[in-house]
Design a protein around this ligand. Sequence first.
Ligand SMILES: Cc1cc2nc3c(=O)[nH]c(=O)nc-3n(C[C@H](O)[C@H](O)[C@H](O)COP(=O)(O)OP(=O)(O)OC[C@H]3O[C@@H](n4cnc5c(N)ncnc54)[C@H](O)[C@@H]3O)c2cc1C
Length: 426
Amino acid sequence: MAGSISRRDVIGGIAAGAWAGIGFGRAFGQARPRVVVVGAGAGGASVARQLAQAAAGGIEIVLVDPKDAFTTCFHSNLYLGGIRDFGSITHDHRGLGTLGIEHVRQAATAIDRDRRTVRLADGAVLQYDHLVLAPGIDILFDRIEGYSPEAARIMPHAWQGGEQTLLLHDQLHALEDGALVVMVSPPEPYRCPPGPYERASMMAHVLKTREHRRSRIIILDAKESFSKQALFQEGWERHYPGMIEWQDPLMHGGIGAVDAATLTVATGLADYAADLVNVIPPQAAGVIARDAGLADASGYCPVRAESMRSTMDERITLVGDATVAGDMPKSAYSANSQARVAASAILAELAGGQEVEPTYFNTCWSLIAPEDAVKVGGRYVAQEGRITAIETFVSQPGEDARTRRRTQAENMGWYEGIIETVFGAT
Ligand SMILES: Cc1cc2nc3c(=O)[nH]c(=O)nc-3n(C[C@H](O)[C@H](O)[C@H](O)COP(=O)(O)OP(=O)(O)OC[C@H]3O[C@@H](n4cnc5c(N)ncnc54)[C@H](O)[C@@H]3O)c2cc1C
């Protein structure tokens, strides 16, 4: 374990007003350049706030997202587990207005890269000098036979925050002893690598708290191994013996199809008739980025490691889950760290200045049981055009209870800090 990353790393950013008084318009022959940011989640809202704070009015910032309130996927597993309430993971965007960011509550429907415009759902067209895309992920419904947006109302994925999170929570809390929960876990690359296993832990915690003796959780995984596997499996043995069973593709023979009418999951070797099915399908970058021709064959968007600029368009920056970001996992922590690098590079471009060598950070905490949290993370730099880990750390099996409690305290502190930097409020 090489060390850890402090809350300060995520909260720190470009100094407020650092670029105030700079002639941003010069390079564009106009008074104030306009940066349009599509997506007001962990990545997009962070870029908007970083730019607004540093430029102190020197840039016009338009943030496009149809949502009035944002329910974070991060800590949504803690909500499922009864550790947090729904209100505490739902945030409005009021903190953005105080910095002069204009929030347009529309979906972006098309990007014209030649004209440098973004079309909105109501038909309006926004011109940009620089565009930031942070649309997160889309669920690839058609990759699992029988799954669809309609089927997700019965077998939720809950991999995008909001209604789906509420649905899965209500289904979980209505289960009776003897229930079978089946989770279908996705192939790489996907949002939040340890997320499915933290979710299984929190589901087991609920069943244990309700004194279920016979209920079981089966995870049918598309992968042969998973993030923090030894830590999760040790924790499951300790807290929920016999309750969680993980199967790799060799064990289940491949995910076949799901059927919402019968709550059944068919695999190559068996059919499972369940009481709750949580299907987490394969994912790709939000469609607005893919339709703009910014994704590669992976379905995600390659970026320059020094700046988070698209490798396909100099006037477009991407951050967050939509990107191919080298060794960085798709997490809110990563998105926020990328946003700081992105904002710094955009400020340098608009003011005609020098880009600086970036450093990126990530930590992913996972809660196995109340007060028993583990973490994995790293520090990353641009090396030969790729975001590369130069320092990593991970919790160890067999750690004492005090260490795990402290790790959970860090996790809760991190959440408060990131909400403050992303949305400007708690
Ligand atoms: C169960 C679960 C647990 C997780 N736990 C953690 C954790 O503990 N720590 C952690 O760091 N990360 C965690 N994550 C991952 C984290 O939620 C994501 O990595 C993070 O939200 C990515 O940020 P983003 O900005 O790329 O996307 P998002 O935060 O999803 O934001 C995307 C925004 O773009 C908007 N948008 C999309 N398309 C358009 C469009 N066409 N026009 C306008 N707006 C658009 C959406 O409305 C949304 O507001 C977890 C995820 C899950 C599912």
